[in-house]
Structures are given as C-alpha cells and as structure tokens.
Write a protein of this length. Structure first.
Length: 280
C-alpha cells in the first residue's frame, strides 16, 4: 500500500477538497486528505496525506505556516478577501510609515476573531453557510501567535509581506483588522502559502505534474524526530498497545524502530511508560 505525503502547489480557483478528489481519482487511492485548508483564492503549498499517512495528519496540522500576503487598503469586503462583495470604500489617507507601524503591531500573541465566512462550525454547520443566508454568528476569539512579519513592500493601496504564524491563524482576519486599525478598511487580495513545518513550496508540484515518485515516506516526513530501537520482545508488546520501559526521561515524540530496523511507530513516554501515539 502507498503511504506518505505529496506536496501540491495549489492553483487559484480550486478548493482544497477538489485537489483531494483529483488525486484520489488520478492515482486510484483509498484514503486521501489535506493538512490545512487553503481558500479557493489562495495558492501555494497544500500537503496531501495518503492512506496511513492520514493517521499522522494531526502532527502536521499543529505546525506553523508561512505565507506571502497582499492586502488592499480602502476596500472592505464581506468575506475579508477579494472574492467577496465590497461593503465599504474609503480613501487611503495614510503614509507608508503608518501602514508598516500598524502591521507590526500584530507580532506576538493575540486573540483573533475568525472571518464570518469560514469553515469553522457552529452547531455542526460551517459558518460560511450561515453567512450566505445573512445570519451573522459571533465566534469566540482564538489565541494565535504571529512569529514574524518581514519583507514588507508598500505601494499604496497595496501592502505585501511575509508572515509566519501559528495553527488556526486567518490571514483574512489580519487584513481585516489592519484596515480597522488604519481606519480605511482592507481585504486580503492575494495569498500564497510558502511553507508548513519543514515542507517548502519550492518542493511542491502542480496538480497536473504531480506523480507518486514525489511521495515523501512517513519515515522521511518525521526524520527530524529522535528515535529509539526496540528489541524483539519489546517490539511485540509495544505493537500490542502495552507500555514498555525506556531510558528516556522526557515526553518528546520519538520515531520507533523494531529489532529489524523497520520504522513502526511514533511514540512517547507517558505516566505508565513508553507507548505508541501513531502506528505506521
């Protein structure tokens, strides 16, 4: 069975779910998923998990992401991006220094309100469906971390920058809130995901050119983790879900190899011993 990850450079106008459907049909795969939605307007890196790799998805879903974003000042839209309807038009009577100063206030930890048009669910229904019906749902603000903002280019009313952020950050909300802080309104006009964890857009292929020779194995995907090799007896117990004793005194995730040097799992220490978190 084919297991691993593919790096796709998503085209604009295509949903992340559509990319999954195309690859599933193209390679006749049983189980396929993506590791972090890109809006249809957005382009760039979309990590695709295949078969057993989908079980490891949560490890990468928690990871930091980086983007190249373009914000257009003076126009606020109902979706906070270029696909929405304009709801406010204002003159941009500010200078470049004020724009960059306001942009850099997003650095660090903060509480962010998600866009009204998002896939977050309320009572089991995505928020964008409520928004399309004209129903506004107030979702609680979520903690986010903006680790870095750099390579800022300002050609008013356009503002472009690289941003590195935590899981769950909406760049559309950054654009919206930048417009609010500057008093002129704004929306996200372009977005490119450039990296996720250690995976880079430069290593991704278009949906038309992707092939299984580009598959990243589970072992290679997590090669940055430390590892432990078990003897035959401990390997058998470990695979049966029993905890075993190790010399490690930390709770970091480890790659686990059996007595024949086969990658079998990712595990960690718990209060009752070393156990698997994810089985290959």
């Amino acid at each position: 069975m084919i297991n691993g990850f593919l790096l796709v450079n998503k085209d604009p106008g295509v949903t992340s779910s559509r990319v999954v459907q195309i690859l599933k049909k193209k390679f006749n795969l049983n189980k396929v998923g993506h590791l972090g939605t890109l809006d249809p307007m957005a382009t760039g890196l979309l990590i695709i998990a295949i078969n057993r790799a989908t079980k490891f998805a949560s490890l990468l879903l928690q990871s930091e992401k980086s983007y190249r974003a373009e914000v257009t000042l003076g126009i606020q839209t109902d979706t906070d991006d270029a696909e929405g309807e304009a709801v406010s038009l204002k003159d941009v009577n500010i200078n470049e220094f004020e724009v960059e100063e306001a942009l850099l206030t997003f650095l660090g930890e903060s509480d962010q309100l998600p866009p009204n048009y998002s896939a977050l669910k309320h009572k089991g229904k995505p928020m964008y469906k409520y928004a399309r019906d004209g129903i506004k749902i107030e979702k609680a603000a979520r903690k986010i971390l903006i680790k870095n903002i750099q390579n800022v280019e300002i050609d008013l009313p356009k503002v472009s920058f690289d941003i590195q952020c935590s899981k769950g950050t909406y760049i559309r909300s950054i654009a919206r809130d930048l417009g609010l802080r500057l008093g002129c309104g704004a929306h996200l006009s372009k977005l490119i995901r450039t990296s996720q964890e250690k995976f880079m857009l430069s290593d991704a292929c278009s949906i038309d050119n992707i092939n299984l020779e580009k598959l990243i194995s589970l072992e290679n995907a997590f090669e940055d983790l430390d590892f432990i090799q078990l003897n035959e007896r401990d390997s058998a117990a470990f695979l049966q879900g029993r905890s075993i004793e190790t010399d490690f005194d930390h709770t970091h995730l480890l790659r686990v190899y059996d007595a024949e040097n086969q990658f079998i799992a990712i595990g960690k220490n718990t209060s009752i011993g070393f156990k698997h978190e994810y089985l290959v």
